[in-house]
Ligand binder design. Structure first.
Ligand SMILES: *[C@@H]1O[C@H](CO)[C@@H](O)[C@H](O)[C@H]1NC(C)=O
Length: 578
């Protein structure tokens, strides 16, 4: 009898221990920016050194078919945080520009959207975002913070609310000035021709126009151009700043020790919360251009400044993982590593150095839905719960993190909206061999670009493209003439019937199938069309957060830590970082 009692007690305790561990783990999410899947040792790179990331793969699960919901930062991150396709939240653009460019624009992740941070926060988690946000700041005034991380479930924010781009770093060129010069040249030519024609008409008496009006017109054009140039030459003061919670602490930010600062912030957040469940989202500005690396890493890699930046990020990840060990949290923490999209292959500096990453065998890169744009690294580690050294080849999505961690935190999934991600735990623990993703929809901005279909109990993974980007120059592996690929009009080629590939045999997307080479060609396309029509029906009309009105610079929304006359400059970081 007593033995029986002891046995039952033991079983009860054992199951408790397991349940205790399985529920409410700490969550650490690492996200790189524009890192290519081919940049990492664990995905086959032999010359870049990423020992800490590779170790994560050894100690956990490596997803080889992990798909970002979008090939661009803003929409991909919106989908990651909400578990939903970006079109559902209005975070998908109908025009050329697909991301936020300015800190003073009114678009952003709508307040009604529910992030995993919000749900974990409600379950008692301490939540922090350290690093890049890129999902908006304000709506109506320069300090309503409607889109700010603190309004989306994070208790603590230290980082860059917008984006690190070339214009943030003196000496690293500009993504705007080149475009503006082109625009100005054409604009000036048109204005010149118009003026001369008017003068001629005036002179021969066909048309009378007072010189005063011409003068005003010229003045307005010059003021406009002047303002535009002034704005872009001062871009970094207005857009490249760091915040701690709601306060601007460094405007413009300094690249000096930037990665150390993010790392220290992450470590001290872990220390402050070592006895309570926490969510840490460490979102690196690495390895988006402008590239940078600290002294200790500059010139050390075999791949220029790009490689130095990757290796510095890997070092930082090692530091954070070490902090988990230090506080004995290794067994109670689920760690995830990914990139928001594929490498930006068009990034080449003016002196010819490659500043974009490597997508391995995959075609294209960032801004396209070729595999190179969306096939991203996906590593998950949770010692004692997930088998080490696993490799999972079935399609998964970065939207899956949402339901996975929400469930682990013991929170309920919202039931008033569609969540497109699926819980990864059954797959990671080996109780199922396939996720519920039969279809994945690939958008280029707001345009449905391609569909991936992994039929149940089939080896094939079909991918059908409704259009493909026109690479330029022709025959290259990207849109080098425009720096990114665009999603509609003359920038793409439409395909009817759609271009069909079987990724299980042709991951490089080299040979489109035809009715001759694939006997089920039309049936496959029909099944895909059916899925598209069901999916399209599930999309409600929502306000577009990336409309021109919502991405424009609105001076009254400009966050500025000093008076405008002082040029939006301040530095409240400790001296050594100044
Ligand atoms: C490793 O990454 C670098 C930098 O992106 C790239 O140039 C190189 O080709 C990659 N090497 C291999 C073997 O994948």
């Amino acid at each position: 009898m007593i033995i029986l009692f002891h046995m039952m007690l033991y079983l009860w305790q054992a199951s408790n221990a397991i349940n205790g561990r399985i529920s409410k783990p700490n969550i650490v999410l690492f996200m790189a920016d524009d890192l290519g899947i081919g940049d990492l040792g664990c995905y086959g790179n032999t010359t870049l050194r990423t020992p800490n990331i590779d170790k994560l793969a050894k100690e956990g699960a490596k997803l080889t078919h992990h798909i970002a919901a979008s090939p661009l930062c803003t929409p991909s991150r919106a989908a990651f945080l909400t578990g939903r396709y970006p079109v559902r939240s209005g975070m998908a653009s109908l025009h050329l520009v697909g991301v936020f460019l300015f800190s003073a624009s009114s678009g952003g992740l709508p307040t009604e959207e529910i992030t995993f941070a919000k749900l974990l926060q409600q379950k008692g988690y301490s939540t922090a975002l350290i690093g890049k946000w890129h999902l908006g700041i304000n709506c109506n005034s320069s300090d309503d913070f409607c889109h700010h991380p603190l309004n989306h479930g994070f208790d603590y924010f230290y980082g860059n609310p917008v984006n690190n781009i070339r214009d943030c770093r003196p000496g690293h060129e500009s993504v705007f000035i080149r475009g503006i010069k082109k625009f100005m040249n054409t604009g000036l030519q048109i204005a010149g021709i118009a003026l001369i024609s008017l003068e001629v008409l005036h002179y021969i008496g066909l048309f009378h126009i007072p010189h005063r009006v011409l003068g005003y017109f010229l003045l307005m054009v010059s003021v406009f151009i002047g303002l535009l140039l002034f704005f872009f030459y001062n871009f970094r003061y207005l857009n490249c700043f760091l915040m701690r919670n709601h306060n601007i602490i460094q405007q413009p930010w300094s690249y000096e020790n930037l990665t150390e600062r993010f790392t220290e912030e992450a470590k001290s957040f872990i220390r402050r919360n070592s006895d309570a469940p926490f969510l840490l989202f460490l979102s690196y500005p690495h390895v988006h251009t402008a590239l940078y690396a600290s002294q200790a890493f500059r010139g050390k890699s075999k791949h220029g400044l790009y490689g130095d930046a990757v290796e510095e990020m890997d070092w930082s990840i090692g530091q954070v993982l070490h902090a988990l060990d230090q506080w004995n949290l290794r067994q109670q923490t689920l760690v995830y590593f990914t990139s928001d999209q594929g490498a930006h292959v068009e990034e080449i500096s003016s002196n010819g150095e490659v500043h974009g990453g490597y997508n391995g065998m995959y075609k294209g890169g960032k801004s396209t839905n070729w595999e190179g744009g969306i096939r991203v690294p996906g590593l998950l580690r949770w010692p004692g719960v997930l088998q080490p050294d696993q490799r999972i080849d079935v399609p998964t999505s970065n939207m899956d993190i949402f339901p996975t961690i929400v469930k682990l935190a013991g929170a309920l999934l919202p039931n008033d909206r569609i969540i497109d991600g699926h819980d990864l735990m059954p797959l990671l623990q080996g109780t199922v061999l396939q996720t519920k993703h039969e279809f994945l929809f690939h958008y280029c901005n707001a345009y449905l670009n391609a569909v991936r279909w992994h039929p149940r109990n089939s080896k094939s993974i079909w991918k059908a493209f409704f259009f493909t980007p026109n690479f330029s120059p022709e025959g290259s592996n990207g849109c080098f003439d425009f720096h990114v690929c665009y999603c509609h009009g003359n920038f793409v080629t439409y395909h009817e019937p759609p271009l069909l590939f079987d990724l299980s045999v042709d991951p490089e997307e080299k040979t489109p199938l035809t009715p001759e080479t694939e006997s089920h060609f039309y049936e496959i396309l029909q099944a895909i069309q059916q899925a598209v029509s069901n999916h399209t029906k599930s999309l409600p009309a929502v306000p577009n957060q990336l409309s021109l009105g919502n991405i424009l610079w609105k001076p009254w929304l400009q966050p500025c830590c000093s008076s405008f006359l002082k040029f939006c400059y301040c530095n409240h970081e400790p001296g050594e970082f100044a």
